[in-house]
Design a protein around this ligand. Structure first.
Ligand code: 2NL
Length: 335
């Protein structure tokens, strides 16, 4: 017969266990170590369970007392573990906040603010005026066929612009577009009137470079096709456009010639006391309308074209076209 376990012994064991565990919990400073303590004291095979294992040897009267004490110790330790866990987690968050604090009073990294190139600015300004008038921006390829660059635009086979001296032809038989009219031909092929488009873009000519000529330059063309459009509509549209660009100025139209318009005119603006030629224009030649499948008995159209460099040079009093391509910041920063 085994000697009955004294309830005093178990009580003392539980009390000292509680004491020991509470000290251990209080001095733990990592969550991992805390978890190890939970396993050690409250786990299935932990210290408290081990003490309770001895209860079988107690007398029935003593069991409830020890059982109650064991539960009390368990709950107390669980409470201590929870409180300690919360404290450690809070401390970890505080440490993280502390280490990640952003000092918004620190001076930032200086990034110089750039701006558009004067050519781009001029181009955008012009596009804005026409978009405001309800025009759509059309773009197309810079490498073109003879058909889109010349034939559809009513250039005769022997027209001087088709000469190798004037146009950059490519080994594959194509060419670099000499104007953006080709874009408008492509657009008309795909759309029925009414047409209101502008075609801005880069063009190429076999020019010897000097103060006013560049082999690469930029054009903006304007095209409207509808029933009943007249030369008056053309003049009115150009007046609104040129006043938006140059301010309150007089304009003048002089007779001229283009293969793709009839009649044709050069447009001058009264600028700083002189007449300055700024663009060409005219009524779309019936042959051009026919080549895109429009009936010239039903529709009329007006068109105009200008060199963006020229407009930028007039507006900003730039004396040499080459300054626009030299990427000299001392020049570009002025705009
Ligand atoms: C200039 C003159 C002009 C056009 C361009 C055009 C386009 C089509 C049909 C008819 Cl699809 N005309 N464009 C018309 C007149 C003048 O440009 O001096 N450009 C720099």
């Amino acid at each position: 017969m085994s000697i009955p376990v004294q309830s005093n012994d178990l009580e003392a064991q539980l009390q000292s266990l509680r004491q020991e565990a509470q000290e251990a919990i209080a001095s733990t400073d990592t969550l991992d170590a805390l978890e190890q303590l939970r396993i050690k004291y409250l786990g299935k095979k932990g210290s408290v369970s081990r003490v309770l294992g001895g209860m079988g040897k107690l007398s029935p009267e003593e069991r409830p007392k020890i059982g109650a004490l064991a539960n009390e110790v368990k709950e107390a330790l669980q409470g201590d573990l929870d409180a300690r866990r919360t404290a450690l987690q809070d401390a970890a968050i505080m440490a993280q906040i502390e280490s990640e604090t952003l000092d918004i009073t620190m001076p930032g990294v200086f990034r110089p603010q750039g701006h558009g190139h004067p050519l781009t600015q001029t181009m955008n300004q012009m596009i804005d005026v026409f978009v405001g008038l309800g025009y759509t921006v059309a773009t197309g390829p810079e490498m073109e066929t003879d058909y889109y660059n010349f034939e559809a635009l009513n250039f005769q086979p022997d027209h001087p612009a088709r000469d190798m001296q004037d146009t950059l032809f490519l080994p594959n038989g194509n060419l670099l577009r000499t104007h953006t009219s080709s874009v408008q031909i492509r657009y008309m092929e795909e759309h029925e009137p009414p047409v209101r488009i502008i075609s801005p873009g880069r063009c190429y000519r076999r020019d010897t470079v000097d103060a006013t000529h560049s082999a690469v330059f930029h054009q903006l063309e304007i095209l409207a096709v509808d029933e009943g459009l007249t030369f008056t509509d053309l003049r009115g549209t150009l007046k609104v456009f040129l006043e938006a660009m140059f301010g309150d100025i007089e304009i003048r139209l002089r007779p001229s010639y283009f293969p793709f318009t009839e009649p044709s005119a050069e447009v001058d603006v009264r600028w700083k006391g002189r007449w300055l030629e700024v663009m060409g224009c005219g009524m779309v030649d019936p042959n051009v309308l026919k080549s895109v499948g429009y009936d010239p008995e039903v529709y009329t159209g007006f068109a105009a074209g200008l060199g963006v460099e020229r407009i930028a040079m007039v507006l900003h009093q730039i004396d040499d076209i080459r300054r626009l391509y030299a990427s000299d910041l001392r020049f570009l920063r002025q705009f």
